[in-house]
Design a protein around this ligand. Structure first.
Ligand code: BDP
Length: 718
């Protein structure tokens, strides 16, 4: 090789190879230079410099994000001006407060912009971001950058976006020792030991990523809470995190262990009606607000799975929540009180217990209390009908709790587009106030006129370089944020947007990625829990199948409690002749599910015990249908892998390889689920696997013998 050629080649390589390969760290915030020069020039005509009117920290963040993002995308410096500049200046500011902005916005438009919302418009060649408050400006700035990332024309830009939900929060199930309960992406990103002095760059990047999708709150500690976080030194650590979040419009929340006044305060009781206890919380809250003036409030898991709570003192959930709410109210804080409760003694169907406990308390909670309800009545299962509480508490704001971490949907190794599941829940009609009473309308407050609204997502973030372990877990984080902002968005559109921001602009690849995300949810349900089965995973770590689990401290922690397989058939009868959990839903909802022969198949075994030989509307027996679904699910998992392989040419090497390896694991584990579950259920059905379907690879004993002592995310105390 000649020297000249060698150096030319070297130069070519250096010029064309990014210094660091794509490893997923940048998430959807990839601001690579736009290659099309004409387009770049078109953008520069209205975006060559920036003026953000105002000094608030969040406004400064907006200016800095715009400047850095535009510079990277447009390939030339985009300076921040001190004064409103001339043509080509992007101008941002707060309506009614910014002399530069007001003349550019019509009264009609201004009226339509709500708190945290924004107007993006092109006025006389300048891009205008007008908002009611600084957060709105920041969200508008990120939206504008997103439009460039998506190569959208800006010439006729005119849009108004307002969030439909007020509290859009991530719940971190992170322990102070940095383990993450049900976390599959490494350890907690919060390094409590080195806080408050050491501020990891990741905290800042975390805040940016959240702000870019409209998330405005973070509960940084586990719902199975540790009182230690209220100790002064830990509060200082929390305050340091809050300082990082604040310029990104994110409020910090903590989980409150109900017994903290005993454990930390040395009081003999935590009875919410005891004046000393009330005073302890009042003082503690004041101490918190001295350190964190914009503290968001508390998330509380009480009297659930061994957590202390007001019932330990003969008080109810409202009395417990209100005591904390009273302490927080003068400072503007809220209580998010979880409805995930089920009693130790109660022989009732677990699916009924939250409703039984909370509905009688409707109207008894303070104004700054929200009840945080999981999407379904059991526990984040691959598929559940919606929780019967939605629509049943018109006088109490109910907020949605989705799980973004995939505890029950393949954990760290499966690609499952969770937004499909979120959309299914949000679009479900509760019929609470007649047809069209969707869960989304409960959540956004429009159905019952809730003043306070919220949506929480149990975070899937950890120390993994790409944040979520499985690269496609980023799509779940992204989709959660987008749906918390607007619960009426469609999963498919979110997936496509995410795919384009994250990977490529190539339509073929985008189509494939969108399809993978969309189809993977149903695939996962089929290879894990088809036809309405639920809670049949292995015990403890919940990794892999465990339909045989029968020996646990409580019946409702076992699998046999939920699937009720016997020689006659399979499924949990929740109709009148069974537990009658169905009765907790409004009559039109009941009417859809009450009849075994009309019940949609996706919830058949949730509501009915069906004989093995019963012929379904598909013309197949229950057993045949079950076998078919398991096989379809596993086949779909193989298809996911093939689809990904078919677009290898469009994806950078490192990320392509990461996803490929995970898809192979998913394919293997889908078969494992299928074969283990069918082998087990076959011992009851006593029927053959239909001849055209593959037989299980191993014996049932083999599947039962598998153990995973170090499976990640396990709850330390279990
Ligand atoms: C269950 C998890 C457990 C959580 C619990 C909760 O297995 O780790 O503590 O939910 O939401 O699904 O409180």
């Amino acid at each position: 090789m000649s020297r000249v050629f060698f150096f030319t080649f070297l130069f070519f390589l250096l010029a064309h190879t990014p210094l660091r390969a794509e490893d997923g760290y940048r998430l959807w915030l990839r601001y690579d230079k736009i290659e099309n020069e004409e387009l770049r020039r078109a953008y520069l005509r209205s975006l060559s410099q920036i003026f953000v009117d105002g000094e608030e920290a969040i406004l400064r963040t907006a200016a800095a994000e715009l400047s850095a993002g535009l510079e990277a995308l447009l390939g030339q410096p985009v300076p921040i001006l001190e004064e409103p500049g001339g043509a080509g200046t992007a101008i941002a500011g707060i309506l009614g407060r910014s002399p530069a902005i007001d003349p550019l916005v019509s009264e009609e438009d201004a009226r339509k912009v709500a708190s945290e919302g924004y107007l993006l418009t092109n006025r006389r060649g300048s891009l205008v971001i007008a908002a009611r408050d600084a957060r709105g400006v920041l969200y508008g700035a990120f939206h504008l950058l997103r439009l460039l990332q998506l190569r959208q024309p800006l010439g006729n830009l005119h849009l108004i976006e307002n969030p439909k939900v007020k509290l859009r929060v991530l719940n971190h199930w992170d322990n102070l020792d940095r383990t993450v309960e049900r976390g599959y992406a490494g350890f907690s990103i919060w390094n409590w030991h080195e806080l408050p002095e050491y501020i990891d760059q990741r905290y800042i990047d975390y805040a940016r990523a959240n702000a870019s999708i409209g998330i405005n709150g973070a509960v940084v500690t586990n719902v199975n809470a540790n009182a230690l976080v209220f100790r002064p030194d830990y509060l200082e650590k929390a305050a340091a995190l809050a300082d990082v979040f604040r310029p990104y419009g994110i409020r910090l929340y903590l989980t409150a262990r109900f017994s903290s006044p005993i454990e930390l305060g040395g009081l003999p009781t935590a009875d919410p009606l005891n004046p000393d206890v009330q005073k302890w919380w009042k003082d503690k809250v004041e101490e918190i607000y001295r350190l964190i003036p914009d503290f968001g409030g508390f998330l509380v898991k009480a009297n659930s799975e061994g957590q202390p709570g007001p019932q330990d003192y003969g008080r109810n959930h409202a009395e417990g929540a209100n005591m904390l709410a009273d302490a927080l109210a003068p400072h503007g804080g809220a209580v998010m009180w979880r409805a995930f409760v089920y009693s130790e003694e109660e022989p009732e169907d677990r699916a009924k217990q939250a409703y039984n406990e909370f509905v009688p308390l409707d109207g008894q909670f303070r104004e700054n209390v929200l009840i945080q309800v999981k999407n379904g009545p059991i526990d984040f299962q691959p598929r559940e009908p919606v929780h019967p509480l939605f629509g049943a508490m018109p006088k109490t704001p109910l907020m949605m709790e989705f799980q973004v971490t995939k505890e029950y949907l393949g954990q760290g190794t499966h690609l499952v587009g969770l937004a499909e599941m979120y959309e299914e829940a949000l679009q479900t009609d509760t019929y609470a106030q007649g047809k069209g009473s969707t869960v989304a309308r409960v959540i956004d407050g429009s159905l019952h006129g809730y003043q306070l609204t919220g949506m929480a997502g149990v975070s899937n973030i950890g120390t993994a370089r790409n944040w979520t372990g499985h690269l496609f877990g980023q799509a779940d984080w992204y989709a959660f944020g987008r749906l918390a902002w607007d619960p009426y968005l469609h999963a498919g559109a979110i997936f496509r947007e995410w795919a384009e921001l994250t990977f490529t602009h190539h339509p073929e690849a985008l189509g494939a990625i969108q399809d993978m995300l969309s189809s993977s949810y149903e695939a996962c349900v089929n290879y894990m829990t088809p036809l309405g089965l639920h809670h049949i995973m292995a015990a403890g770590h919940h990794y892999g199948p465990g339909p045989w689990v029968s020996n646990m401290p409580r019946a409702d922690w076992t699998s046999v409690y939920y699937h009720r397989a016997d020689e006659q058939g399979l499924g949990f009868n929740r109709t009148k002749s069974g537990s009658n959990a169905l009765e907790q839903y409004p009559p039109p909802f009941q009417a859809r599910y009450a009849d075994r022969d009309k019940c949609p198949h996706k919830f058949l075994l949730w509501f009915h015990h069906v004989p093995w030989g019963h012929i379904l509307s598909t013309g197949r027996t229950l057993w045949e249908e079950l076998c078919l679904r398991y096989h379809q699910g596993a086949a779909e998992a193989s298809r996911l892998r093939e689809q990904w392989e078919s677009i290898s040419g469009y994806i950078d090497e490192e990320r392509f390889r990461q996803v490929s390896m995970h898809l192979k694991i998913q394919e293997k584990e889908a078969r494992w689920w299928r074969d283990a579950c069918l082998s087990y259920f076959q011992t009851f059905s006593k029927m053959e696997i239909p001849p055209n379907l593959e037989k299980p690879k191993h014996s049932l004993e083999y599947y039962q013998s598998l153990t995973f002592p170090y499976a990640p995310g396990i709850r330390p105390r279990w």
